[in-house]
Design a protein around this ligand. Sequence first.
Ligand code: SF4
Length: 84
Amino acid sequence: MKHRDGICDRRRALKLLGAATTCAGAAALVGASPASAASKSAAAYRASPNGRQRCANCSWFAPPSGCGVVRGSVNANGWCNLWG
Ligand code: SF4
């Protein structure tokens, strides 16, 4: 599923996190604390890309190894089901 601006992906992420599904909620989550982020297992994180999708081209990625919605360090070549 391709979304022009990633809003639906953010909504999916927010649902997984049990948070509000509004844009304001998404904006709040960008600066979310690690405690409010999803676990790697909940997001089905893996250390390899999914086709062309990888952390490095995901809007949640915070180089060099951070993620706005998944706890812990992630690899630029990794991927999870919250990619967007
Ligand atoms: S694909 Fe990577 S950067 Fe994007 S949400 Fe998943 S773990 Fe985070």
